[in-house]
Ligand binder design. Structure first.
Ligand code: SF4
Length: 253
């Protein structure tokens, strides 16, 4: 069965060079996305389409070489991608990350019928919680066609996700919601045409450790606890159609 993603998010690392008080991930972990995880994902699954490809962390610039490896893998497999989004904190520059994004931009342009100047967004997070970005780094990024000019914003308390350090620091006013983590059935459909059968996924999160999760707006701990499976051991089709490897109960909070 072929996989058709509307949105696919790939976690490049769980390391970070900041400790933002509002971070929904919780404390950083010494885990990087590896070639083994990327190879398992692209070799054991037949991916037919990616609408929006999101890269996240942790801080993505700390594992830029794996962003480039992901991009090389999907180009080798000829997997169409419509656009990419990446958020970084602007403290460090990573040449491999920029090489990877440039390749991805060229690839999307080459397969797209509509020639656009930019086919992606590179955003630097700047608000009352993040440290100020390094001006030298911004100077190196500012001419990239997909770079979004930096604007310092104030994140309202109502927008803070109720997980990780936002909870420890009593910053979030939202109630935790495990619905999207557990109710994976509403995230996929199976469709068939004359040639193939497709597993159509509205969204999926691939964690650096290989876990596949139905909701990426969570802490690392909750995402691992509610993983549907791991690409080193199951195909994505098995995780969705045969069900998660363990029962997803909502009793953990
Ligand atoms: S919000 Fe981003 S930059 Fe801040 S600690 Fe969390 S992962 Fe790091």
């Amino acid at each position: 069965m072929k996989l058709y993603y509307h949105r696919l998010q790939i976690e490049l690392t769980r390391r970070c060079n900041q400790e933002c008080a509002h971070c929904c991930r919780g404390d950083a972990q010494d885990i990087d996305l590896t070639k083994e995880v990327v190879d398992c994902f692209f070799q054991n699954n037949t991916i037919n389409h990616i609408g929006t490809l999101l890269f996240s962390g942790g801080e993505p610039t700390l594992n830029g070489q794996m962003l480039e490896y992901v991009v090389d893998s999907l180009i080798t497999k000829n997997i169409p991608v419509e656009m990419f989004i990446l958020g970084i904190n602007g403290l460090s520059y990573n040449k491999d990350m920029v090489n990877g994004l440039n390749k991805l931009q060229d690839y999307i342009q080459a397969i797209s019928n509509h020639k656009r100047r930019s086919t992606g967004l590179l955003i630097v997070s700047q608000d009352q919680f993040h440290k100020e970005a390094n001006p030298e780094v911004l100077k190196q990024l500012q001419n990239l066609p997909y770079f979004v000019p930096v604007e310092k914003t104030i994140t309202p308390q109502s927008h803070l996700l109720p997980y990780g350090r936002a909870v420890q620091n009593k910053l979030s006013i939202q109630e935790p919601n495990l619905e999207d983590l557990t109710n994976y059935q509403k995230n996929y459909k199976v469709k068939e045409d004359q040639e193939s059968k497709y597993l159509i996924l509205a969204y999926q999160y691939l964690a650096a450790n290989g876990n596949v999760i139905n909701d990426g707006n969570q802490s690392y701990d909750l995402m691992d606890q509610y993983a549907l499976g791991n690409v080193k051991r199951q195909t994505v089709e098995e995780m969705y159609l045969q069900g998660p490897v363990r029962k997803l109960t909502k009793n953990v909070l």
